[in-house]
Design a protein around this ligand. Structure first.
Ligand SMILES: Cc1cc2nc3c(=O)[nH]c(=O)nc-3n(C[C@H](O)[C@H](O)[C@H](O)COP(=O)(O)OP(=O)(O)OC[C@H]3O[C@@H](n4cnc5c(N)ncnc54)[C@H](O)[C@@H]3O)c2cc1C
Length: 279
C-alpha cells in the first residue's frame, strides 16, 4: 500500500505524485497536513499515518523537504524527483533537469517524490485524510516577509532579467546592468560567483541554488553558462548572451549571441534604447 502526501488536493505537483503512487500498484491513501509549515513535525505525522506503507510526495520544495525528514526519521533511503519506477529500479531527474540518473533503491519500503511534470496529474477527486501534526517544540514557519525590492520588479516576476557574472568584474561594475535594467523595467540577477564575491546579495542569484526565473528575455552578461546557472534560467523564453569568449558554454543555450566586452556592449545597448525611447 502507498500513502501519498498532497500539499493540497488541487495542487498540480501533488496530483502528479498521486499518479506516481498509483503506478506502484496496490491501494493508495492520500493525506494533507494542516497548520503552519513545520517539516519535521509534518514528516512525523505522515510517518505515523503511513504505518509501514510506502510514502510518495510531490517533487516540490516542501515535498522533498518533508520526505527527507521522513527518511531520516525512518532511517530509510529516499529517492527525490523520480521520473519512472521499475520495481526497485528508478529513473531520477537530477542537476536541475540536465541529467537522468538510473538508480536502485536498497530498501523494501519506498520513499519517493515525483519529478515535476514527469507524470500526468490525476484529475479525479481524491478524499485526503487531514493530519494535525504535533507542533510542540517544532521548528515552524510563522511568517512570510517579501524581500524589499525598493519598488522594483522582483527577480521571480520580471519579464526581463539582466544578469551578470564574474565578467562584470566588481560590485560597481553592476551599475551599467542596473541602468539597462531600469530602461527595460527588468530585474537584475547574477551568478553564484558574484554572490560568493559579495558583489550582490544571495537574493539576486539565479540558478540551482538560487532563484529559478522564466522571463520573456534573459540577458546573461559575462556568465559562462555552468549547468548550475542554466538550471535557473532555462525557463526563459529567449536568452541573449554577451560574452568575450566565443567558446563560452552559454552560447550553446543562447537565442542571441554577442561576442565582446560587456563593458562596451551593455552601455552601447543602453544608449540605443535611450535613443529609441527619445530620452
Ligand atoms: C552545488 C553547486 C551549486 C551551484 N549553484 C549555482 C547557482 O545557483 N547559480 C550559479 O550561477 N552558479 C552556481 N554554481 C556555480 C557554477 O558551477 C559556476 O561556478 C558559476 O555559475 C560561474 O559563474 P560565472 O559564469 O559568473 O563565472 P565564470 O564561470 O568564471 O564565467 C565568467 C564569464 O565571463 C566572461 N567574461 C569575462 N570578462 C568579460 C567581459 N569583459 N565581457 C564579457 N564577458 C566576459 C568569461 O568569458 C566567462 O565566460 C553552483 C555550483 C555548485 C557546485
Amino acid at each position: 500500500m502507498t500513502l501519498v502526501f498532497l500539499e493540497s488536493a488541487d495542487d498540480e505537483l501533488s496530483r502528479q505524485a498521486l499518479t506516481l503512487a498509483r503506478s506502484l500498484g496496490g491501494e493508495v491513501r492520500a493525506v494533507t497536513v494542516e497548520g503552519p509549515y513545520a517539516p519535521a513535525a509534518w514528516a512525523a505525522a505522515i510517518v505515523e499515518a503511513a504505518d509501514g506503507d510506502d510514502i510518495v510526495g510531490p517533487g516540490s520544495d516542501r515535498g522533498n523537504e518533508v520526505l527527507a525528514h521522513a527518511a531520516a526519521q525512518l532511517d530509510l533511503p529516499f529517492a527525490a524527483n523520480v521520473a519512472e519506477v521499475r520495481g526497485d529500479e528508478l529513473t531520477r531527474i537530477r542537476w536541475g533537469g540536465t541529467l537522468l540518473e538510473e538508480a536502485r533503491l536498497h530498501a523494501d519500503r519506498k520513499l519517493l517524490t515525483a519529478a515535476p511534470f514527469a507524470f500526468v496529474a490525476s484529475v479525479d477527486s481524491t478524499q485526503a485524510q487531514v493530519l494535525a501534526p504535533n507542533l510542540d517544540g517544532a521548528v515552524a514557519v510563522v511568517d512570510h516577509v517579501a524581500p524589499d525590492t525598493g519598488g522594483k520588479v522582483s527577480l521571480a516576476d520580471a519579464k526581463v532579467v539582466v544578469s551578470g557574472g564574474r565578467g562584470v568584474g566588481s560590485a560597481e561594475g553592476f551599475a551599467i546592468l542596473e541602468e539597462l535594467a531600469a530602461l527595460l523595467d527588468a530585474a537584475v540577477g547574477c551568478s553564484r560567483v558574484v554572490t560568493s564575491a559579495g558583489w550582490r546579495p544571495h537574493s539576486d542569484q539565479v540558478g540551482q541554488t538560487g532563484t529559478k526565473v522564466s522571463p520573456d528575455l534573459y540577458i546573461a552578461c559575462g556568465i559562462s553558462g555552468a549547468t548550475q546557472h542554466i538550471a535557473g534560467c532555462k525557463g526563459a523564453k529567449a536568452l541573449l548572451a554577451i560574452n568575450a569568449d566565443r567558446e563560452a558554454t552559454i552560447f550553446a543555450h543562447a537565442d542571441y549571441a554577442v561576442i565582446g566586452d560587456l563593458h562596451e556592449i551593455v552601455p552601447a545597448v543602453t544608449a540605443e534604447l535611450r535613443k529609441a525611447k527619445g530620452q
